[in-house]
Design a protein around this ligand. Structure first.
Ligand SMILES: NC(=O)c1ccc[n+]([C@@H]2O[C@H](COP(=O)([O-])OP(=O)(O)OC[C@H]3O[C@@H](n4cnc5c(N)ncnc54)[C@H](O)[C@@H]3O)[C@@H](O)[C@H]2O)c1
Length: 453
């Protein structure tokens, strides 16, 4: 038998092959409930990149590479050349909002992008007008708007959203669709019996059960239409047995929740570093000022509680106090969000981190992150829609329901019931890239490295 040269690349034994991923033929329709700061920054950005007037900084699908084989192979193609992703030129958009502004007007009000850039993509943005929304003020206490659907019950509203989706598919000529929630943070809701099965959920829709929030109606509509759904807010939305069942049965992948940007991104970069070096933590105090509509919505205690739950669990999961009680058994973790209009979308986040080292000696770290919320979120939206579409075209992924390999993008990643989420950004990235290698039958990278010596 011929010997394999030492550095030759091998494919994995399980041998899934690229033929198990359908090619991205035709247009991909992106449907966005919530056409505010994040959504408009995303769509304007895609158009600016298509026109060659800006670069897709922050997007792994557009700028990232993936190493294949051994380090000595020097083979690191771009991710978008390695897996068959939809091209930016094939993306078409629609959305829903409670305000009537088209995307250009909404982007101007959001105040994230400069007028000069917005002017260059004005005709395209102006052409995207919001469909009437499924909305109820009781779930977002700080908002109210005129562009809202009327229906005899929640099932009727879901049927109207499904009709919107079919109409968009037909008129845009899209061959495939993806839904991504960029709407507001809703009030805190917990699972009830209504969320456990399709039968109980549909009964609850017909009975206008108050435990069914508007975001769940979009998710149900999307999954019933066989369309993947990503949840960018901390809302419960698809974190429900009924949605996971629908997702698997209809081969419509789901992922969530709550885009990992700003302060939580920094937290999940720093905390794994402390743990790697066995540095202890006494406390982590995080406070923010932000002045966009999201900040205003989060002033309501119900919406803030939803956000707080999503932000707080991160450190517990990364630091594993049960394994390291002397280091992480007693830390205090506080998160504050303050609505402060002068800053608009340009959030400032301060972290005071009390750590301790050798023999228990205390130290402090201060972080002052002057970030731009929607600038950090927009590339995540792009990656998520492209990867969810890939998942649906992949035989290996389409029937799994939750796409845990997309944890990289979320503050509060969804996992199979009973499984703790992986929050460490670097493990999340490895998981994502190994999933792509696996899909293409490439060897997984373990970073063992003994073979070089
Ligand atoms: N920007 C970030 O870094 C970031 C990070 C994580 C999560 N998020 C979440 O993303 C979401 C969007 O953030 P944003 O800054 O764009 O907020 P935004 O307030 O600018 O936009 C949200 C839009 O959703 C609309 N909306 C609310 N309920 C709706 C409904 N039921 N149907 C249709 N439209 C509805 C609102 O009218 C508004 O235009 C928020 O939930 C936010 O918490 C943002």
């Amino acid at each position: 038998m011929p010997m394999r040269p030492k550095n030759a690349r091998t494919k994995t034994e399980s041998k899934p092959s690229s033929s198990e991923i359908q090619a991205p033929k035709g247009k991909l329709g992106i449907m966005i409930p919530g056409m505010g700061a994040v959504a408009t920054t995303f769509v304007a950005g895609v158009e600016a990149v298509r026109k060659g007037i800006a670069k897709p900084i922050g997007s792994l699908t557009q700028m990232g590479t993936i190493r294949l084989g051994k380090r000595t192979d020097a083979l690191s193609p771009k991710i978008k050349e390695f897996v068959p992703l939809a091209s930016l030129n094939d993306l078409v958009f629609t959305g829903w909002d409670i305000f009537e502004d088209n995307m250009h007007a909404a982007a101007s009000k959001a105040g994230v992008l400069e007028r000069d850039l917005l002017d260059q993509v004005k005709p395209f943005l102006t052409s995207i007008t919001p469909r009437t929304a499924v909305f109820d003020h009781n779930y977002v206490k700080k908002l109210d708007g005129p562009n809202v659907k009327k229906g005899k019950n929640k099932m009727d509203l879901a049927e109207q959203v499904r009709a919107d989706m079919r109409e968009f598919k037909k008129t845009s000529g899209a061959s495939r669709l993806v839904t991504i929630w960029c709407g507001s943070t809703e009030t805190f809701i917990e699972q009830t019996a209504a969320h456990q099965s399709l039968k109980s959920f549909e009964k609850a829709l017909n009975q206008n059960d108050e435990m069914i929030a508007p975001s769940m109606i979009y998710a149900y509509a999307s999954l019933m239409e066989g369309v993947p759904f990503a949840n960018g807010a901390p809302n419960l939305t698809v974190d429900l047995p009924v949605m996971q069942q629908l997702s698997r049965e209809n081969s419509a992948p789901i992922c969530g929740k709550d885009y990992k940007t700003g302060q939580t991104l920094i937290k999940t970069i720093l905390a794994p570093g402390f743990k790697a070096r066995m540095i202890g933590l006494n406390g982590w105090f995080s406070t923010n000022i932000l002045g966009n509509r999201d900040g205003e919505v989060l002033e309501d205690p119900g919406s803030f509680k939803t956000k707080e739950e999503s932000k707080l669990s991160v450190l517990e999961h990364i630091l594993q106090p049960e394994l390291y009680p002397e280091l992480y058994g007693k830390f205090t973790h506080k998160v504050r969000i303050n609505y402060y209009p002068p800053r608009g979308d340009n959030k400032e986040g301060w972290d005071n981190i009390d750590i301790f080292g050798w023999l228990g000696y205390p130290m402090q770290i201060k972080v002052d992150f002057l970030c731009r919320d929607s600038i950090l979120a927009a590339p995540l939206v792009l990656d998520l829609v492209l990867f969810l579409d890939l998942a649906q075209r992949s035989k290996q992924l389409r029937g799994l329901g939750i796409q845990e390999w997309l944890s990289f993008y979320f503050k509060s990643p969804m996992t199979a019931p009973g499984l703790y989420p992986e929050h460490d950004l670097f493990i999340q990235l490895m998981k994502l890239k190994n999933t792509l290698r696996h899909l293409k039958g490439e060897e997984l990278i373990t970073h063992l490295g003994l073979e070089y010596y």
